[in-house]
Ligand binder design. Structure first.
Ligand code: SF4
Length: 251
């Protein structure tokens, strides 16, 4: 009905905001097929907004991924689905259910709440939930140490565990790699605060020391990344694509 109304005034460009969201799957398929036919017949361009990745894959030629009101990745459909380059896009694609009961393993689920768009985080808006936050350059982390420190920070913010003592915290988070030097002292201090039941100050210390100095918290830029499928440009707003960032650590 809405499409017929749009076509009656001879439009070239139509914004379709969640046009099939509330529909049954079989009706969705019919509507999408009709839209495809009308697109071919009238040379239409759609800006198609949806949360359902299977619908996006079915209807789109080029896909833009948004997080908290900002574009984070832009690429042709096949390139985006087969070669995602932003951690948020990667998480979205990992969360697609596999319709096969023989497939084992859990789907990736993003941790943490979506921040308020009225007061978004500084720099990259995804940084408070990003599993690949880049280490601040002032500490000498190995990749494993940084991965453990990052997980420790997230879990302390969420108060997701109940430690019995310091050794328990060490075993949970740093059994295989523990930061040393200044970063190690900060971890020590945070563990002391947790075991004294001062979670708030422990979280503040870790955020101030490890999250806020990260380049991810200071600025965000868009980078063009190599395209593997097709020839159209592929852009991702993630500092992991800077030349001086290797495996989540700044050189
Ligand atoms: S810029 Fe940093 S926080 Fe943002 S997506 Fe990239 S690694 Fe994650």
């Amino acid at each position: 009905m809405n499409l017929a109304r749009a076509l009656s005034v001879n439009l070239d460009f139509i914004v379709c905001d969640e046009p099939v969201t509330a529909l049954d799957v079989s009706i969705q398929a019919q509507v999408l097929d009709t839209m495809r036919k009308l697109q071919d017949e009238f040379w239409l361009t759609y800006l198609f907004i949806a949360h359902d990745l299977s619908v996006i894959r079915h209807i789109s030629d080029r896909v833009a991924v948004m997080y908290l009101g900002q574009l984070v990745e832009l690429a042709d459909k096949e390139e985006l689905f087969e070669n995602p380059q932003h951690p948020y896009t990667e998480a979205l694609l990992e969360s697609i259910p596999v319709p096969d009961p023989r497939v084992e393993g859990t789907r990736g689920v993003l941790e943490g709440d979506v921040p308020s768009p009225i007061d978004p985080p500084s720099g990259c808006r995804f940084r408070t939930r990003c599993p690949k936050l880049i280490a601040p350059p002032e500490y000498e982390f190995t990749q494993k140490e940084w991965a453990n420190a990052r997980r420790f920070l997230r879990e302390v913010q969420r108060r997701s565990f109940e430690p019995t003592d310091k050794a328990d915290v060490e075993a949970r988070f740093f059994a295989d790699a523990r930061p040393s030097g200044e970063a190690g002292r900060i971890v020590d201090d945070a563990i002391d605060r947790i075991t004294s039941d001062d979670w708030e100050r422990a979280a503040e210390l870790l955020v101030e020391s490890f999250a806020e100095p990260s380049i991810c918290a200071r600025q965000i830029l868009e980078y063009e990344v190599p395209t593997e499928y097709g020839t159209s440009p592929h852009a991702a707003a993630c500092h992991r694509h800077r030349d001086d960032v290797v495996g989540g650590l700044q050189e």
